[in-house]
Design a binder for this molecule. Structure first.
Ligand SMILES: [Zn+2]
Length: 266
C-alpha cells in the first residue's frame, strides 16, 4: 500500500517534471522509481528527452512569442477586439494573466465580468425553456490548467500509454497550460444536469441542442465543433462555449466556421 502510494507520488513528480520541463525533477523521479526495468527506464528517458524538448519549445513560445504578449494586452484592454482574442496552441496567453475583474456565475465558477450579463441572460432564457444545466468550469488559472492536464495525462499512462503518447492523447482534449481558453475568463463548460458525461452524447441533450441553436444570440459560439478538430486542434466539445461578442458570434454561426477561420479570414 505504501509502495503504491510512493509510486503514485513519484509518478506525479515525474509528470510534473515533464510538463514543467524541469530536467532535474524528471531524472530524479525516473531514477528513484527503481522497480521499473532498465529497458523501460531507457525508454522513459528517451521519452523524457523528447517531452523536455517540446516543453522548452512551448515555454519559449509562451515567454517570447509576441502573440502571447499581444493576446494578453488585447484581452486586458477595453478596446474593440478583446472578445476576439484567439488562444490556442499557436497563440498562447501569458501564464500570469488574470482577468482584471471577475464575477461568480456559480459558486467557484468565475468569468470575466464583461461577459457576465450575456452569459446570465443565456442561462436564464434556457432555464425559462425548462432546461436544466450548469456551468461546470469557467476561469482556470495556468496552475489549475496544469492540474487538469496532469490528471488526464496520468489517466492515459495508467491505461498503459507511454508518456509521449499520453501527452499527445491528452493534448487532443485538454489544452496545454498556457494555451487554454479557460485562462481568458471568456470560456465556460456548460453541462446538462441530467447527463453530465463529457462525451459526444452530451451534444445530443436538449440543453446542448438549445445552446447550439441560440448561443450566438448572446455572443457565444460552440468553440470546438465536430469536423473542425483539424482547425482548432481540439476534438468535438459540445460543452465548451466561448464568448466572442454578438457580431462575431452571428457571423461564425452563419458561416459555420471556427474562431481561427473567422480571424484569419478578416
Ligand atoms: Zn472547456
Amino acid at each position: 500500500m505504501r509502495r503504491a502510494k510512493l509510486n503514485q507520488r513519484l509518478k506525479k513528480l515525474f509528470l510534473a517534471g515533464i510538463i514543467l520541463g524541469a530536467a532535474a525533477g524528471i531524472l530524479f523521479a525516473v531514477l528513484i522509481a527503481g522497480n521499473i526495468s532498465s529497458k523501460k527506464e531507457a525508454a522513459y528517458k528517451e521519452a523524457n528527452a523528447d517531452l523536455e524538448k517540446k516543453n522548452q519549445e512551448l515555454q519559449l513560445q509562451i515567454d517570447k512569442n509576441e502573440a502571447a504578449h499581444n493576446n494578453t494586452e488585447v484581452l486586458a484592454g477595453n478596446e474593440d477586439g478583446w472578445s476576439l482574442t484567439l488562444v490556442n496552441e499557436e497563440h498562447p496567453l501569458a501564464s500570469d494573466y488574470v482577468p482584471q475583474e471577475m464575477v461568480e456565475v456559480e459558486i467557484e465558477r468565475s468569468v470575466d465580468v464583461r461577459i457576465m450579463e450575456d452569459l446570465q441572460q443565456m442561462l436564464d432564457d434556457a432555464a425559462a425553456e425548462g432546461l436544466s444545466m450548469y456551468v461546470a468550469s469557467a476561469y482556470r488559472s495556468y496552475e489549475q490548467q496544469w492540474d487538469v492536464f496532469n490528471a488526464t495525462m496520468q489517466d492515459w499512462i495508467s491505461q498503459g500509454y507511454q508518456p509521449l503518447d499520453a501527452y499527445a492523447e491528452t493534448k487532443k482534449s485538454v489544452a496545454v497550460p498556457g494555451t487554454s481558453e479557460h485562462a481568458t475568463g471568456l470560456a465556460v463548460d456548460i453541462i446538462a444536469s441530467e447527463y453530465e458525461a463529457l462525451d459526444d452524447q452530451q451534444g445530443e441533450t436538449a440543453e446542448q441542442q438549445w445552446l447550439m441553436e441560440h448561443c450566438w444570440d448572446y455572443g457565444f459560439i460552440l468553440r470546438y465543433p465536430p469536423e473542425k478538430a483539424d482547425v482548432t486542434g481540439i476534438i468535438y466539445e459540445p460543452w465548451h462555449y466561448r464568448y466572442v461578442g454578438k457580431e462575431a458570434a452571428k457571423e461564425i454561426h452563419e458561416k459555420n466556421i471556427t474562431l481561427e477561420e473567422y480571424i484569419e479570414g478578416d
